[in-house]
Design a protein around this ligand. Structure first.
Ligand code: ADP
Ligand code: MG
Length: 581
């Protein structure tokens, strides 16, 4: 038996006088570990059950979920939080399909993840001879991710994982699919040859330095601004260039708007934050600098009523050149990684330059004050049943006192109100439905946030949103994670008061069981369940949960009349010819 060659990567070795061999299972695990991956999110089953077992035996953290979609969301948000691809491991066909929503969502949101699925035998799948869970998974995954690979020979596992890691992280991050047919995992290989076949990805997300002329062009535009605005997106949060971003924003003195998941790169209480004057700054600005944010539907595509009539010039920093001019003309595209771009712009602005924006700042600040003054009393109301403002006023205070807590947020009204009411103070602490507005991220994000950061997690969920991933509270209890779920329970989707228009016995399509006891679901798995009907009760319950670190679900009873159709995006509903009541 020969020892692994010097400088080669350690692969488990069987002894007993025979030549040391390894297999596909061990090579996958060693390849992941070699690339800094410590956690796998999965649902076990054929053919990957042993892969999960062996990974655990080899010291990886393997977190089992109840449904692949949530394991997938956990992997995706791991990528966002750590800049290393999160790994989701699923069984073939149905498990793979369940994971696909998360893979597509990760790609849309620019989160690096790798969906690894076991698959059935190629020979049978390709001849469509009817294998167990037969499906051409690679072909199906392709249009939904950044890259898709299949490995057929054990000696290619190292390269397969390396390509997946690099594809997920480099340039614009995204989802990658890696197909591992069942037979591959059991293939054996000489251990030494196996260890030589592994590849450690050097510099998986290389810096990309912006061109000097592009930087100078952007500086010209920025210096011409009289009513400037900076928009920070989740690409800026992902980049982990927090100090450089803050330095540039403060050097310009420009008002800035954080997109939802960019809240906290600078604290929402920063004097330059224009969050409370959003409509005004979008409409009236003359120069807008986008930093890791896209001009998609969330920003009304950069045109139309929301953006007013004033002529605007856009500067856009992004790693993806194709993003430029996607919706409107970009006067100054700056292509590169955010850290490098922001530093280059800061240098090129120079230390002598002073922006001429006193009047603009005055206008923005007075609008902010008016709006904040109007909001303040509503957040302190003690109405019972609670409305969104009363309940969120409480959670806002809790997050202010616990800025390191990670806030997960989904729903319709629960999302819209929480986004504007709960201030964030630290980067990458707000995780939500992102670019698609997808429901169902809640418990998957909460699990991964707790595991990857060790910080307490507060998941603020509409009752409808919670339903998509609610069973994963068993997962939260099983791993005893410091997650406090608050369900805003208003008995339905949007609200609980709709009636069946036909007058028939079925309840309306948007209505749930009245006064459902979500808190008891948590108790069923050994967690803490609390039923809260007043802002005081809610405050006590959440503080207690966050202090104890125990899995807790607070059922917050919200007035079923509170809430509007589709939250703030009711305009996206096609109008029915029959008028709505
Ligand atoms: P938001 O929804 O917050 O507006 P988006 O997801 O629409 O943010 O936009 C994020 C943008 O950030 C994407 O266009 C993506 O290409 C870009 N991006 C992601 N990571 C980086 C990075 N490290 N450097 C530069 N741009 C990045
Ligand atoms: Mg509801």
């Amino acid at each position: 038996m020969s020892a692994p060659a010097q400088g080669s990567h350690e692969v488990s070795v069987e002894s007993g006088g025979l030549p040391a061999i390894t297999d596909g299972f061990h090579l996958v695990i060693e390849a992941l570990k070699l690339n800094g991956i410590k956690t796998i999110y999965c649902v076990p089953g054929i053919p990957i059950t042993d892969l999960g077992r062996l990974a655990q035996a080899e010291g990886m953290r393997v977190i089992s979920f109840r449904h692949e979609q949530h394991a997938g969301h956990a992997a995706a948000i791991t990528g966002y939080l750590t800049q290393r691809p999160g790994i989701c491991l699923t069984v073939s066909a149905p498990g793979f399909l369940n994971g696909l929503t998360a893979l597509a969502n990760a790609t849309t949101n620019c989160f690096p993840m790798i969906l690894i699925s076991g698959s059935s035998e190629r020979e049978i799948v390709d001849l469509q001879q009817g294998d167990y869970e037969e499906m051409d998974q690679l072909a199906i995954a392709k249009p939904l991710c950044k890259a898709a690979f299949r490995v057929l020979h054990a000696e290619d596992i190292g390269i397969g994982i390396a390509r997946s890691v690099r594809a997920a992280c480099s340039g614009r991050p995204g989802g990658v699919y890696l197909d591992l047919p069942a037979k591959l995992l059991a293939q054996t290989l000489d251990a030494e040859e196996g260890s030589r076949s592994l590849v450690q990805v050097i510099d998986p997300a290389p810096r990309q330095i912006p061109a000097a002329d592009a930087v100078n062009r952007a500086v010209e535009v920025l210096k011409s601004a009289r009513r400037p605005l900076i928009i920070l997106g989740k690409g800026a949060a992902y980049a982990q260039a927090d100090d450089d971003i803050r330095a540039l924003v403060e050097a310009t003195g420009f008002p800035y708007l954080p997109m939802s998941m960019a809240k906290g790169i600078l604290p929402d209480t920063h004097p330059q934050s224009a969050g409370a004057a959003r409509s005004l700054v979008l409409k009236e600005s003359d120069v807008v600098m986008m930093v890791g944010a896209r001009l998609n539907w969330l920003l009304s595509h950069g045109k139309g009523k929301a953006w007013g009539n004033a002529r605007k010039q856009f500067v856009q920093i992004d790693i993806e050149p194709k993003e430029m001019d996607s919706n409107v003309e970009i006067a100054a595209p700056v292509i590169g990684d955010i850290g490098s771009c922001v530093r280059a712009l800061h240098d090129a602005l120079g230390s002598d330059w002073r922006p001429q924006i006193t009047e603009w700042i005055g206008t923005v600040n007075s609008k902010k004050e008016t709006n904040l003054d109007r909001m303040a009393p509503r957040l302190q109301n003690n109405n019972v049943p609670m409305d969104f403002h009363g309940a969120l006023g409480v959670l806002r205070t809790i997050v202010r006192n616990r800025p390191e807590a990670i806030l997960v947020n989904e729903g319709a009204n629960t999302l819209d109100f929480a986004r504007s009411i709960i201030d964030m103070y630290q980067p990458r602490k707000r995780l939500d439905v992102g670019t698609w507005g997808v429901m169902g991220i809640g418990m998957g994000f909460a699990v991964a946030a707790a595991i990857e950061t060790g910080n307490p997690v507060l998941a603020v969920e509409g009752d409808s949103a919670f339903g998509f991933s609610g069973m994963e509270i068993e997962t939260i209890c099983r791993y005893n994670l410091p997650v406090c779920v608050v369900v805003f329970n208003n008995n339905g989707i949007y609200r609980g008061t709709d009636v069946n228009p036909s007058g028939g016995d079925d309840v309306a399509t948007t209505v749930f069981v009245k006064d459902a006891r979500y808190d008891r679901m948590m108790e069923a798995f050994g967690g803490v369940g609390i039923y809260a009907t007043t802002p005081d009760e809610l405050s006590r319950a959440v503080n207690k949960a966050m202090d104890s670190g125990r899995p807790t679900l607070v059922n917050a009873v919200i007035d079923e009349k509170a809430g509007t159709e589709s939250g703030r995006i009711g305009n996206l509903n096609p109008q029915s010819a029959v008028s709505r009541k």
